[in-house]
Write a protein that binds this ligand. Sequence first.
Ligand SMILES: Nc1ncnc2c1ncn2[C@@H]1O[C@H](COP(=O)(O)OP(=O)(O)OP(=O)(O)O)[C@@H](O)[C@H]1O
Ligand SMILES: [Mg+2]
Length: 391
Amino acid sequence: MKTMHSRESEKTPGLANPFIVGNPVPPTHFIGREHEVTTIKQNLRGPGKGSSAISGGRRIGKTSLLHYLKSLEATQDWKALETEHVFIYLDCLSISPFTAARFWQKVLHLIEPFANAKVKRQVKTLGTKTRIPNVDIEQLFDELADAGKLVALLLDEFESAISDTRSDSADFLNLLRSLINRPLRGLALIIAGRDPLHVLCRDIFAPGSPFYNSFVFVPLGLFSRAEANELIDRALEDTGIVFDEDDREFVFKISRGHPYWLQLACSHLFDAYRSREYKDHHFDESIDRQQAKQYVEDKFRIQARPHFEELWKTCTQEEKRALVAVARRSQEQGLVRRIVAAIRYRKLTREFNVDLDSLINRSIVVKTDSGDFDVFSPIFARWILSEGRKL
Ligand SMILES: Nc1ncnc2c1ncn2[C@@H]1O[C@H](COP(=O)(O)OP(=O)(O)OP(=O)(O)O)[C@@H](O)[C@H]1O
Ligand SMILES: [Mg+2]
């Protein structure tokens, strides 16, 4: 099968790398997540006008999903609804230091362009106050609902909006809950954070029904093979470069379908094939494929190092011990060492059930096809054993 080089790409030496690594992907390049999008849509459009809580580890695609959801408001499907949905994206990290008062000032500012004259006047008056009374905010969303509008507030980095050390966190959550539960329903929330909502709010004391009760949970996991293939097919369209089955297997193996790591691996593979193409137009495919993979692994390892360090630092001591055990089990060479590692792993996973769950929620550990656990990437597993343990 033709692997990487096509005569087409020779004509376009400036061929741009089509893979997106790091920034949230624009809605036009958004891949997969069909189930998650449907869940959030149905919840929001249903009679309950329900709220959703997206969760997932670093770079799993939370912001990309929020941007994609926002882009839906322009579709005929949404425009045809009786209630007008106004999607507002807000990165809670952009409010620094975060206070409830500053949050509401910002939300009001973002709502104003969509409001009718009456609500605009209200927004202007409230905008002059340093502290907006809860009742005024409730009234404002009731007015919006009365005018046939539903504000769908997309709150990114939600963890930065609440903190157990800030005294107004409980009050802030209580107000949000009361707003999304009001009979008139002028507000729905779609929030995104690293941990599931109940974990995020665990240390905030708020009497009454817990905040997370009002949400549908939407955990984001790894891409399936079909989603990974779709990503590759869409990116390579019109580039003249082809990844064959073997290439796909390779990039899937080192990323395990984690969207960011998959894009990173694909991006390096693309570079390898593209630059090789221009160096010598004639080459032995079998050698080149090997070289390209080695190139990708080397690049991946270098580029991933700060990310691995960051992942490692966010783990608790117990999680680190569990990770070492899991990594050892998959990486140890030699029969005796493998058996010892497997025994140790079994003992430790019994002890570390809770920590494994948390690592799985963040896609650092994944469940394999055979029902076992493994570190999401063999490159990260090797890093844990060689460098992580020293940190
Ligand atoms: N649906 C998607 N389609 C294609 N690529 C994606 C998708 N979601 C995520 N990615 C890849 O993952 C990277 C990170 O995405 P994004 O910034 O949305 O993640 P995040 O979870 O918000 O990250 P962070 O934890 O840093 O806030 C993107 O640059 C892209 O490479
Ligand atoms: Mg993000």
